[in-house]
Design a protein around this ligand. Structure first.
Ligand code: FES
Length: 247
């Protein structure tokens, strides 16, 4: 927080660069995804085509007593994971809360900032628990991607198969680059070679660190891919797109 900027008001800054482009783009991107995903999840139809299943509905739980879209039975997990992600927190704190809008830029709120040490933002700490659920989801989405290679019991590949496979790879790259996961794997280890399974842990930590350093990139790529995968399957299911069989 820049105290001079805070005293002189919202958006006041000595910065001469286009600092507002990032928060504006993030705000618009998140709003667009939020609007599309809410609609696609709530509508409750056109989420399957052939062996394809929209990631907004995976894993598919069909429960007749549930009066709403089946997407609502599972979406709390990826939503909770993303909403509490360290990167997304930065993005929406800047874009929507203006707290602050950027580094060394005057913020909306004045003094008395307690960060995430008190209610309600202390709740963000549940991210570490959502992480375990999100890892499970990657395996379930991976299973759906493998199923997308099977057409009437025969091996086959359609454009949707490729889209679903890329989607799970991007989601995996985002999830396995999580800061909480990196902490679980190597956070308390001062000396890898001194611990049990040290070399394995070290390689795992290096892999997670590699993805972690690109976390923002994979956060956006996977957000786009999950929306696009749903869109593609939806369009095929509605008969607007023809899914081309490659094999
Ligand atoms: S910090 Fe972004 S997914 Fe965990």
């Amino acid at each position: 927080m820049n105290s001079t900027a805070t005293q002189t008001g919202l958006f006041s800054t000595d910065r001469r660069d286009k600092w507002w482009v990032g928060p504006l783009a993030s705000g618009l991107g998140l709003a667009a995804f939020g609007a599309y995903s809410t609609w696609a999840a709530a509508i409750g139809v056109h989420y399957e085509f052939g062996p394809y299943l929209s990631p907004f509905y995976a894993p598919l739980i069909k429960w007749d007593a549930f009066p709403f879209s089946p997407a609502f039975l599972i979406l709390w997990a990826p939503l909770g994971f993303r909403a509490t992600c360290y990167y997304y927190r930065k993005a929406y704190y800047r874009a929507y809360f203006m707290d602050p809008p950027g580094c060394a830029v005057g913020e909306f709120r004045g003094h008395g900032y307690k960060g995430e040490t008190s209610f309600p933002f202390i709740i963000q700490n549940v991210h570490r628990f959502f992480m375990y659920v999100a890892v499970l989801f990657i395996f379930m989405l991976g299973y759906d991607a493998v199923k997308a290679f099977t057409w009437d019991g025969q091996f086959g590949i359609g454009v949707g198969t490729i889209i679903m496979t890329i989607n799970v790879l991007l989601l995996g790259s985002y999830t396995f680059g999580c800061h909480s996961l990196r902490h679980v794997i190597g956070g308390k280890t001062d000396c890898f070679s001194c611990t049990k399974f040290g070399p394995v842990k070290f390689q795992a930590w290096r892999g997670v660190s590699f993805l972690n350093s690109r976390h923002q990139l994979f956060a956006w790529c996977s957000l786009f891919s999950v929306g696009f995968t749903d869109f593609y399957i939806r369009m095929c299911s509605m008969g607007i797109f023809t899914d081309v069989r490659l094999l």
